[in-house]
Design a protein. Structure first.
Length: 170
């Protein structure tokens, strides 16, 4: 055995003992309960979320949510969405603004994050092409209330509506 192996074995044993002691003694019972509640909510969310979901925005494009999950840890819960924006407008798009909104049971927006779908080079998102990204929007604990939801929105800007600097043409 090398010196590293000799030191590693006792450290692993100590870590294993510490882990079982924490589990037995529940050093943080509130955290254990909160994690259990979160895992149950994540399972309910996953069971209720049919994927993929396609959102059509006439004249703006289409957004396909490929992966949607409730992630994080107690005190920092968010909805995560991996999506594709597809330009099916028939026009070149300079950029699209795709948002992931979290809503309370009354339909009021609690939080929102926006992805600016834009290529790093000065070229359009041409008709028939897509842009992929991921959004994460905090729930601010509204996920604990029955009837909360999430939604996707999309607004596109077209190449013939902006100048060479990306500013709107008036």
């Amino acid at each position: 055995m090398t010196n590293r192996s000799t030191l590693l074995v006792p450290l692993l044993l100590a870590a294993a003992c510490a882990t079982s002691a924490i589990e037995e003694g529940n050093a943080y019972p509130e955290l254990v309960t909160a994690m259990h509640d979160l895992q149950e909510e994540q399972q309910r969310f996953a069971a209720a979320t049919v994927l993929p979901q396609t959102f059509r925005f006439p004249g703006q494009g289409r957004v396909v949510a490929r992966i949607v999950s409730l992630d994080g840890y107690p005190g920092n819960i968010y909805v995560r969405c991996r999506f594709h924006y597809l330009n099916d407008t028939g026009r070149p798009v300079s950029r699209s603004l795709v948002s992931l909104d979290v809503l309370d049971a009354a339909g009021r927006m609690v939080a929102s994050q926006v992805s600016v779908c834009i290529f790093p080079t000065p070229r359009a998102i041409y008709d028939g092409t897509f842009y992929a990204d991921e959004l994460r929007t905090q729930t601010h604990n509204v996920h604990l209330q029955p009837g909360w939801s999430w939604r996707i929105t999309c607004k596109s800007e077209f190449m013939d509506e902006v100048d060479e600097h990306g500013d709107p043409v008036k």
